[in-house]
Design a protein around this ligand. Structure first.
Ligand SMILES: [Zn+2]
Ligand SMILES: [Zn+2]
Length: 390
């Protein structure tokens, strides 16, 4: 099947869009300005976007003139509750809000990809579903779009998304086969004992010592229960108990997170967690109440889809600049799409040490080298084109 060759993305407009979105960040499920800009721009391209999908999300279909498959391209739109410390002219104008993860880049990249796709839809084999997603940072945005039908009428045969990647130098693209980002679970455990004078522990039931044992024992989920070749992280991050140095409190609470790549191990995590916590609570005569939440599943790239993304990336940055080992125990709710359809999440190098653009995601001085925008748009456009043409 002949491939459609698209006009290159409009780089100047791409950067202008990114700077405008960067200056006007909106938090999860509040992306009303952003989604109206997206809607307006898609309408100007002759598309008929559907708004309010998953609350503030936008969906649009580029229907090709020839029959074929359907590919979903996804960009997230939300910002973070962080006060920006950069001095750039396009810095955040909203106090306490900032595009510190680069979702402004993703939204502008997908808009830049929409333009040539819509312009040459007549020669496109198949359909491209453009998905502008809210609320990635708090989780739930992807799932709320799926619940509102993002994967129906038509159901995509594949899904691709990208993230600007500050651990990768500008000019590099990361295409990882298999697990790339971890499943993210969160927990709250409250242990109740019986308060007493600190000098007379035998008259009460100490929830603090009980919880200390839990914290230590929970580490065995990764060190003793999982295959040493599997990546598992258990982090207890918040503790709360007591009111004075000489009183043993009646209760103690801890919060934290468990992260894992392997889907089977992920399935087993709540059971393992509960067995350890309840076993220790019982051993120490306390009672434990567990709240265990699934934030997102593991982001696992399909090998065939990763090969398509890699071929596209090689055309844009050269084979030597495509790396295959971008992995982190951070989470990403694009996983919700990848649990339903095969696809690939692509990392676009955005770091430029020579220009001081080295701060990581979620840092108040996070900023990207904007040359990554064109690379991202080219890679995404060519990935979609290759998927539909093969
Ligand atoms: Zn983020
Ligand atoms: Zn992000």
């Amino acid at each position: 099947m002949p491939t459609t060759s698209f006009a290159p993305p409009d780089v100047q407009q791409l950067i202008e869009t990114r700077r405008d979105l960067h200056a006007h960040p909106e938090l999860a499920f509040e992306e009303t300005r952003t989604s109206s800009i997206v809607t307006e721009r898609l309408r100007a391209l002759g598309l008929t976007p559907k708004t309010g999908v998953g609350r503030t999300g936008v969906l649009a279909l580029v229907d090709g003139g020839r029959p074929g498959k359907t590919v979903l391209l996804r960009a997230d739109m939300d910002a973070l509750p962080i006060q920006e410390e950069n001095e750039a002219p396009y810095r955040s104008q909203a106090a306490g809000k900032m595009h510190a993860c680069g979702h402004d880049c993703h939204t502008s990249i997908l808009l830049a990809v929409a333009k040539p796709l819509a312009a040459q839809a007549g020669t496109l084999p198949g359909r491209v579903k453009l998905c502008f997603q809210p609320a990635e940072e708090v989780g739930g945005g992807a799932q709320s779009m799926i619940n509102d039908g993002a994967l129906r009428d038509p159901k995509p045969d594949a899904a691709f998304g990208l993230h600007v990647w500050q651990e990768l130098d500008l000019g590099k693209v990361g295409v990882t086969v298999g697990p790339m980002l971890a499943a993210v679970d969160g927990f709250t455990v409250t242990v109740t004992g019986r308060g007493t004078h600190a000098a007379a522990p035998h008259l009460g039931i100490d929830p603090v010592v009980c919880m200390a044992h839990m914290i230590t024992a929970l580490q065995t989920i990764s060190s003793r229960e999982a295959d040493p070749l599997q990546a598992v992280v258990v982090s207890v991050t918040q503790l709360e108990a007591g009111s004075a140095f000489n009183i043993l409190p009646p209760a103690a609470t801890m919060k934290g997170t468990v992260r894992v790549f392997d889907p089977r191990l992920w399935e087993e995590l709540p059971g393992r967690f509960e067995r350890i916590v309840q076993g220790i609570a019982q051993a120490f005569r306390g009672t434990a109440v567990i709240k265990y939440d699934r934030h997102n599943g593991p982001t696992i790239n399909d090998p065939k889809m990763a090969a398509i993304a890699r071929a596209a990336a090689e055309e844009v940055v050269g084979a030597a600049n495509v790396v295959d080992d971008v992995r982190t125990m951070g989470g990403e709710d694009f996983s919700a799409f990848l649990l339903e359809v095969p696809g690939c999440f692509i990392a676009i190098g955005s770091r430029n040490a020579a220009r001081g653009l080295v701060h990581g995601h979620h840092h108040p001085r996070f900023d990207v080298d904007e040359s990554c925008l064109e690379i991202g748009a080219e890679v995404l456009l060519r990935t979609a084109q290759k998927f539909l043409s093969t």
